[in-house]
Design a protein around this ligand. Structure first.
Ligand code: HAM
Length: 439
């Protein structure tokens, strides 16, 4: 007797993306690739596994990500490795390691892929999630920040996201930020006793992190703390003013949000997030900012940088919500590519001609399905209809004898005899006719 095994489930916080949803992901990704090409970004692919040290140094030793959320393990040779919780540090490492800076100029790189953070799973928050991100390396010019923000706004509009808000701040550079942190630390001494445990600890270890605390009861206290924008030195102030004035010139709306210091330590100057009303508690669709000191933190020459990461899981959710599950937007069409033809063959003699026709049509890029077993005509037409096929091509004894196959238009019910060599052309012209009618 065979042993009964317990079923195996996916790991908590991870999920399968099934064909009924992957078409939405593909459209989001296709549109992103188009946008990146238009703004002259090129793709980079970095490993999912990195040395733990990379994230400890760049994201920061006292951040939630590094202290609580990383999937870190000792490799068989005892080296500490981590599944990447984000990709900016990896992109900068790859830029330095491959000496891309030798090519000179500004590098505009983009990536897409899974990230891993051991957070408490909920709607829009997963332990394996996906990001689409981009980084501009090699310039600290404020116009870079503005151009990237413009690209993001255009992209979100194009994929059909409505009601989103660009939140903007500056965290200065290390020198003026240190001044601000002193002031913040002092202010926190008198209020920290009323705050959550994490805030009490961070008031001493890393006061900036107090600002991105999400605990409800702490919010009024945080709102009353000193604001970093009042402590920027003249150069950081000028950079921020230039970003905001260029945003205005380009008609890009933003909200200045002084507490937006972001949950990663590498930021300098501009920080931003875009939130969407279509999401619940996890309403940040994307986040990013400038990180002019990151390259040095990981042992490279000074290299200013600016970038963002879109939470793809959240964008897919928000777009589906904003466009209605089947609305007429470009992202709301029926799932999957349309099946053009189902080949219904009857009798063993029809198998080889049916397979030959399927191969020819597929070779020309048409989507074709074929039954594996001979079946009665009625049953085959039922399958064609269930699969949503535009045509059924019928090959039986009669068709083999005449050398012409029956091509049935499943949407109109009409049927015509067509020579096998002309079928591709025939279905193409009919499909085009139909599209023109619909338009
Ligand atoms: P981040 O704010 O940590 O920034 O993540 C960016 C986005 O990823 C978030 O706004 C959110 O949409 C999504 N995200 C984060 N964690 C999760 C999760 N557990 N489940 C689902 N979605 C999530 C970064 O990662 C920086 N690397 C951004 C950046 C690029 N800064 C400069 N360049």
């Amino acid at each position: 007797m065979s042993k009964a095994f317990e079923p195996i489930h996916a790991v908590k916080g991870t999920r399968d993306l099934l064909p009924s949803e992957t078409w939405r992901w593909q459209k989001i990704e296709d549109e992103a690739r188009r946008m990146f090409a238009a703004y002259n970004f090129r793709e980079i692919r970095t490993p999912i596994l990195e040395r733990t040290e990379l994230f400890a140094r760049s994201v920061g030793e006292d951040t939630d990500i590094v202290t609580k959320e990383m999937y870190t393990f000792a490799d068989r040779d005892h080296e500490s490795l981590t599944l990447r919780p984000e990709a900016t540090a990896s992109v900068v490492r790859a830029y330095l390691e491959n000496r891309l800076y030798n090519e000179g100029g500004v590098h505009k790189l983009y990536y897409m892929g899974p990230m891993f953070r051991r957070e408490r799973p909920q709607k829009g928050r997963y332990r394996q999630f996906y990001q689409i991100g981009a980084e501009v390396l090699g310039s600290d010019h404020p116009s870079i920040d503005v151009e990237v923000l413009e690209m993001l706004v255009l992209y979100l509009e194009r994929v059909g996201l409505k009601n989103f808000t660009l939140l903007l701040n500056s965290v200065g550079h290390p020198v003026c930020r240190a001044e601000y942190v002193k002031v913040l630390r002092r202010a926190l001494q008198s209020v920290k006793a009323n705050m959550c445990e994490d805030c009490q600890r961070r008031a001493d270890t890393n006061p900036l992190r107090v600002l991105d605390c999400k605990v409800e009861a702490d919010q009024p206290i945080i709102a009353g703390l000193p604001k970093i924008l009042d402590y920027l030195d003249p150069e950081c102030r000028q950079h921020f003013d230039r970003v905001t004035s260029e945003l205005k010139q380009r008609g890009i709306a933003y909200e200045i949000t002084p507490r937006l210091v972001r949950g990663l330590d590498y930021y300098t100057r501009t920080t931003f997030e875009i939130t969407s009303g279509a999401l619940g508690a996890q309403n940040a669709v994307l986040g990013g900012g400038r990180y002019d000191g990151l390259a040095e933190m990981i042992g490279g020459p000074p290299t200013p940088g600016f970038g963002f990461s879109i939470g793809e899981d959240r964008l897919v959710l928000a777009v589906a919500e904003a466009t209605g599950q089947a609305a007429a937007s470009s992202l709301g069409q029926a799932p999957g590519p349309p099946l053009i033809a189902y080949i219904a063959w009857m009798g063993d003699a029809a198998l080889v001609p049916a397979a030959t026709l399927a191969r020819e049509l597929r070779h020309r890029g048409l989507s074709v399905e074929i039954g594996y077993e001979p079946a009665k005509l009625k049953k085959s037409l039922g399958v064609a209809s269930k699969l949503g096929s535009r045509f059924a091509i019928i090959i039986g004894e009669g068709e083999l004898a005449s050398g012409r196959y029956q091509v049935k238009d499943m949407t109109r019910g009409q049927q015509e005899e067509v020579e096998p060599a002309r079928i591709a052309e025939y279905v193409n012209s009919k499909t085009k006719e139909r599209t023109e009618e619909v338009l």
